[in-house]
Design a protein around this ligand. Sequence first.
Ligand code: DQA
Length: 141
Amino acid sequence: MKILILNGPNLNLLGEREPSVYGDVSFDQYFTQLKDKFKSVELNYKQSNHEGELIDALHIASRQVDAVILNAAAYTHTSIAIADAVKAIQIPVIEVHISNVHAREDYRKHSYIAPFAKGIISGFGLQSYELALQSCLYEQK
Ligand code: DQA
């Protein structure tokens, strides 16, 4: 099984950005652990701060992988274009958030992507990605 983890804006700063909300581990560090733990999965990771690049990555992923684990970060709450891309592609997209977006500012409570996502995992720290991954493997059974 091939899975792409796709991270949006500011998630390149994980580990140093608001550690009380997002933790003190960089995504690269976490990704290494994740790859070790899920050896049976062909796991790829991409991050971009640019909306169009995230859309391009979703289009390409739809031809290359079985599922996408997407943390669109702030674009979750603003981007109709990314939501349209998620709707357009044929593979499942799982929406993830490190923080519990429903326990934060009101503007984080709405997701344009959620209606087109396979499911949403939010609030488990970096473990949200692992839970999403497990849901993909569970689906496969
Ligand atoms: C986030 C939550 C978003 O509201 C925020 O803009 C982010 C990260 C999360 O993973 O908790 O950048 O997606």
